[in-house]
Design a protein around this ligand. Structure first.
Ligand code: ASP
Length: 437
């Protein structure tokens, strides 16, 4: 049995709804459907969710918002009309308007996009609708209660062989509507997949899966056919985004693979994400490359630092006191380097350095700015000799200097730091060396 989640662009207009229906009809195992709210129909268009946030904002400032609500309603009516569904949504929109006037929350406002789209899709497919507020449970701080949700959902869906469950929202223990962060329908889909113990969680979107590198840098970057959840996590952390970060956990735990598919190219098998790749030998030593700009290295030097117990802890304490997360800690004998996000450091730069000086009395503290980190990820690296050497040669042969190196002991990921100006060049060089062979 398959759980299929459709993103906003897959349901942006009536034509997309028709494609979705065809996809569902193509495989009778596709029993549980999780839709997002209608997304952009093209560049410059608005997402329904953004318009709903705008309504809430206006309402909260005591400004008029009916004209925005009308635009939203018009989009649903247009879809319904073209699908020959006779529905003018007036009752639903009166209810939303009144709720907003009475001070309904921002999360309630945003959730209505998925709620209405779910009802519309359920009607179009002639499949029962289940309000996500009944099956996705949050605590009062707005955090998902995953185990309770799993139980609730499993119990309810056991009695329903097919259902449409809207994504993105649920309700907390007081009954108030709560949402995930943006893109959170991916998480809802993963929760449904876990609750019904699906064979596959299909996530239908507008791209044909993950690419080995950002196509803005490597325009012809190949698609990744198979990737493990761990590899994906490493790549996503470094900026490769197709799936919401939290969508991985429920399905990974349950051993359910996730298949990224393209609604506009349904024959393409997309990217399959599994817990382990089993016997499958990756086509290349590396699975993918991802990276981000906006980091800096704070290096702290002190003679005989290695003999000083608690030195590292005290350095990190200085960052912690200012709520700055550290990303990496490439460390030498008498130097400790802390890689952090530049914008986080800049807010408290002088104060943090002062605190480091107080806590560890270093010989020198320097900050190297404008750093980009690049992660080269691949389960194939363990079994191949010389991957790091090839990687460094690829980068240095472009005249690019590597500022920092970090390889996890899992041999799944090698991270290098280069100057931001060299970022694109380094990514291309790595891609060319490992993929264009
Ligand atoms: N509609 C929500 C958003 O735009 C959630 C989602 O699409 O997954 O973020």
């Amino acid at each position: 049995m398959i759980v299929t989640k459709f993103g906003g662009s897959s349901l942006a207009d009536a034509d997309q709804f028709k494609k979705v229906k065809e996809i569902i009809q193509m495989d009778s195992d596709r029993k549980y459907i999780v839709p997002s709210a209608p997304g952009k129909r093209g560049p410059g268009d608005d997402k329904i969710t953004d318009l709903l946030y705008a309504c809430h904002q206006a309402a909260a400032n005591g400004k008029a918002f009916r004209h925005i609500l009308e635009r939203i309603r018009a989009r649903y009516i247009e879809i319904a009309d073209e699908l020959n569904i006779n529905w003018d949504f007036s009752e639903e929109f009166t209810e939303i308007e009144q709720a907003l006037k009475a001070g309904a929350s921002r999360e309630y406002a945003a959730s209505r996009g998925e709620y209405l789209n779910g009802r519309l899709l359920a009607r179009y497919l002639d499949i029962p609708f289940v309000d996500a507020a009944r099956v996705v449970l949050f605590n009062e701080d707005g955090r998902l209660m995953e185990e309770e949700t799993n139980q609730l959902m499993a119990d309810l869906l056991r009695g329903l062989p097919r259902a449409v469950i809207p994504g993105f929202y649920g309700a907390d223990t007081t009954g108030a509507i709560r949402t995930f962060s943006r893109g959170g329908s991916d998480v809802s889909g993963a929760l449904v997949a876990r609750a019904v113990n699906a064979d596959v969680y299909e996530n239908w979107t507008d791209v044909t899966g993950f690419r080995m590198a950002d196509p803005r840098i490597v325009p012809d970057a190949q698609f990744i056919a198979n990737i493990t959840y761990r590899e994906l996590r490493e790549l996503s952390y470094m900026g490769a985004t197709v799936l919401h970060e939290d969508a991985v956990f429920p399905v990974r735990k349950a051993g359910i693979p996730t298949n990224i598919r393209n609604t506009n190219d349904p024959k393409h098998p997309g990217t399959m994400i599994r817990a382990s790749a089993g016997q499958d030998d990756p086509a290349h030593v590396i699975t993918g490359i991802a990276g981000r700009k906006g980091f800096c290295i704070v290096s702290i030097e002190k003679d005989m630092m290695n003999a000083e117990l608690g030195f590292g802890r005290r350095v990190l304490q200085a960052f912690e006191e200012f709520h700055i997360n550290f990303e990496h800690l490439p460390t030498g004998i008498d130097t400790m380097c802390v890689v952090v996000h530049e914008n986080e450091l800049n807010t408290h730069r002088e104060a943090v350095i002062r605190r480091i000086c107080e806590l560890v009395d270093p010989d020198q503290v320097t900050v190297h700015e404008h750093l980009a980190l690049i992660a080269t990820v691949g389960r194939g690296m363990v079994r191949n000799f010389g991957t790091a050497a090839r990687l460094f040669t690829a980068i240095s042969s472009q005249g690019i200097s590597i500022r920092t190196i970090d390889q996890g002991s899992s041999e799944l990921n090698i991270i290098v730091g280069v100057d931001e100006d060299d970022f694109e060049g380094a990514v291309k060089a790595i891609y060319d060396t490992f993929v264009r062979i």
